[in-house]
Write a protein that binds this ligand. Sequence first.
Ligand code: AMP
Ligand code: GLY
Length: 426
Amino acid sequence: MAGSRKRILVVGSGAREHALADGIRRDPGGPEVIVTPGNPGMAAEFRVVPSLPEDPADGAARIATFEPDLVVIGPEKPLATGLSDALREKGVLVLGPSASAARIESSKLFAKERMGEAGIPTADFHVTPDAGSVREAVRSFGYPAVLKADGLAQGKGVFVLQSPADLEEALEKIFDRRELGEAQTKVFVEKGLSGPEISFIVLTDGTRFLPFPEARDYKRIGDGNRGPNTGGMGAVTPLSGWTPKDQEEACNLIERALWGMRRHGTPFQGFLYAGFMKTPDGLKVLEFNARFGDPEAQVLVPAAGDSLLTLLESAAGGALEQQSPLSRTPRVAVVLAAKGYPENPVSGSVLYGLDKAREQERTRLYLAGVAERDGQLVTSGGRILSVASEGDTVGKAREKAYRTIALIGLDGGQFRTDIGLEEAER
Ligand code: AMP
Ligand code: GLY
């Protein structure tokens, strides 16, 4: 219907999905944006429809009742279980890969096979069905070596081994205590690589693609990359060490990956995320993800300005519209995490000062692990929100993000103080 308002539905409940919803809403056509299952922190800005059924067919049936013009799927799990396939069967336009294409993330060995076929540089590896073959592979590669479980393990499936003690600990977790569940059915050992890591995300229709600016995320809980791994404590873009040659190489590797996926009969449409390591021998791929990164989305989605929806619709429709490059405005996102995160995040702590924080210029708040209690937002999960600021330099973006996060009150709340620091100092 000409002139009628479009209705876009975003699947997911984290800060990444909040950023996507916020970006889509900037479309000049003024679309209605629904988020499901969303969270109460988004409810002031968007219609939130909680309790989306997990079963893909049931989920798709529920989503179809809203008659969306486009569905955008944020997280890996619904992609891996086939929500996009179930939606397409119902004739719904959807951005996000099929379950078979999402295997590029949900099976690390599938990704390794595609990389091998397409000539994409990645760490050498051996598939290791038992503890004995793991030991043998580590002996042949030397330390550091990396032990990986094939399936989705929510970030717990990768063990960087620096010593025989690390090796024994990982073997015990995987083979004796079977802590990884299904993901441990297949494990493999990789040669350890070293160099800076870069997150490189593109939007693709399966053939054409549009790169977002390069970014870095910060996976450890503590300053100076110390302490346990998390879902991601912050992000920065752009990166000063990223050269035009790196960009060309990265685009070439993405092109090969998309070619490999088409050739295998699993064309990839949606957001493709390459985790690169810049080694002395050039870029190597550590992993692919079938979705936008979190917290990378919080600094990268705004780069599309008010054209995000057009881009997503055209990619979902199979003909990504050629666009000018995305904005490289410096952005920094700092994640506020609950007390006790990542081991035992405390739920039910009240958040204060959000209104004041929202008023800060060139700054956005993206809510994640929150619930509502007596009209107040309280913690309900590990990563609570992201503060994302832009500035004329990374240093200015950083200052703004940190001034804003200081306005938010949360008992025992944790955030890193060094997000984007090395970029600001350059
Ligand atoms: P992945 O989920 O495969 O990206 O692995 C998670 C993290 O483990 C990466 O971000 C790297 O920091 C580290 N890692 C993975 N593979 C390697 C490797 N071959 N060499 C060194 N570090 C690695
Ligand atoms: N930030 C890393 C990820 O989303 O997997």
